[in-house]
Design a binder for this molecule. Sequence first.
Ligand SMILES: Cc1ncc(COP(=O)(O)O)c(C=O)c1O
Length: 318
Amino acid sequence: MARYTHFKVWLDGKIVDPEDAKLSVFTLTVLRGANVYEGLRAYWNPAKKNLYVWKLDEHLKRLRDSMKVMRMQLPYSIDDLRAAVVEWLRANDFHDDVHFRLVAYFGDGGSGGVKSYRPDEIDTGAFILGGPRPHDDKLERGLKMGVATWRRIADDVVPARVKAGANYQNNRLAAVEARENGFDDAILLTQGGKVAEATGAAVMMVRDGHLVVPPVTDGVLESITRRSVLELYARQYGRPAVERSIDRTELYVCDEILIAGSAEEVTPVVAVDRMTVGDGTPGPITKTLQRLFFAAARGDDPTFATSLTPVYDVKEAP
Ligand SMILES: Cc1ncc(COP(=O)(O)O)c(C=O)c1O
């Protein structure tokens, strides 16, 4: 997260300067990647002069679910973490689009090593870091993806549903391989050879005019952006997206592909394995969903008002 080293950090209940945001080498988060986290966005709305966190409650719920599977107990409630997010954004006085992480970690102590999990055996803590993330032209340009030779971790091995830091070694192997092969990013298949997801986003395709997405049981993180895009699609087109497994070769013959995630937002994919997707430019359904997504997340679509957490106390027009 080198890009975020200039901004204050919320660490275990306190706002600290970045140079004081340190954890010990003896923590299980350092030694084993033992943490779960959320990657979130807050969007600046220039007309309303306010910053809005997108889908904060859904992220907090997923963090709670990840902690439950990992048998983690934090010394903070979900309400404490919600307040901490707003406190951290205010402390940095952000007036820009921001990307940030909320991390719950296993800390110091516990002679039991990987067996330690109870509060009497090991400390736990949390931190929030991040900063402004400028507009990326891949939103217009689209991505060239490659199907990874690495398979996605399975639910009965290391569950992809849990957003654990250590899971991302699987994504890293695939992402680095993709870069080495000249692609922007990778699409991973499940152990059974069906499309799972990209290294940091859900994958969707348009075939014969219908949006098709892998089910949440096909080795994916239960993406919050995926859910938002499905809702926007159903509203706009008057029919639900089709949730079913996707074959690798469907990626070659479909009309459009997009990836969706908090970091990746709604990004078109224009080629897979050097085969063009559709005519090789971002497709019309992708562009419509992108437009609707940004209107909702930035606070320009009143039907999504309850999905936004305002950061600053600004009087809003009725
Ligand atoms: C592996 C993976 N899949 C999907 C997503 C998208 O999830 P979300 O939309 O909740 O950010 C992410 C991003 O966090 C991710 O890392």
